[in-house]
Design a protein. Structure first.
Length: 100
């Protein structure tokens, strides 16, 4: 099994309310992926609650059966469309993939 974790830093927003709305918008878009991509075994999206300056804003915690399934996910057109969508809201991301 492969765990695929991605964290996102949102763009700067004028208010906390605007930032939370942006986070909710990104989360809603991300949560469409398991409905469209069958190789996803588990998929969770969270919004950060910490106000630590080093904290990222959104996390994806997902599971795949194999490295090949993860690659299918990475190149899937719906995943690529989601990446393009997220660029409207995020400025940075980090990824960790590991076998467990």
């Amino acid at each position: 099994m492969i765990r695929h974790i991605v964290i996102f830093k949102l763009k700067e927003y004028t208010t906390t309310k605007e930032k939370f709305r942006a986070a909710e918008t990104v989360k809603a878009e991300l949560l469409t992926l398991p409905l469209k991509i069958s190789v996803i075994r588990d998929f969770e999206v969270g919004i950060n609650i910490s106000d630590d300056q080093t904290a990222y804003d959104i996390v994806i915690n997902s599971t795949f059966d194999s490295p090949e399934d993860l690659e299918i996910y990475r190149i899937h057109p719906d995943h690529q469309a989601c990446i393009a969508f997220n660029k409207n809201y995020t400025v940075r991301k980090a990824v960790v993939d590991y076998i467990f």
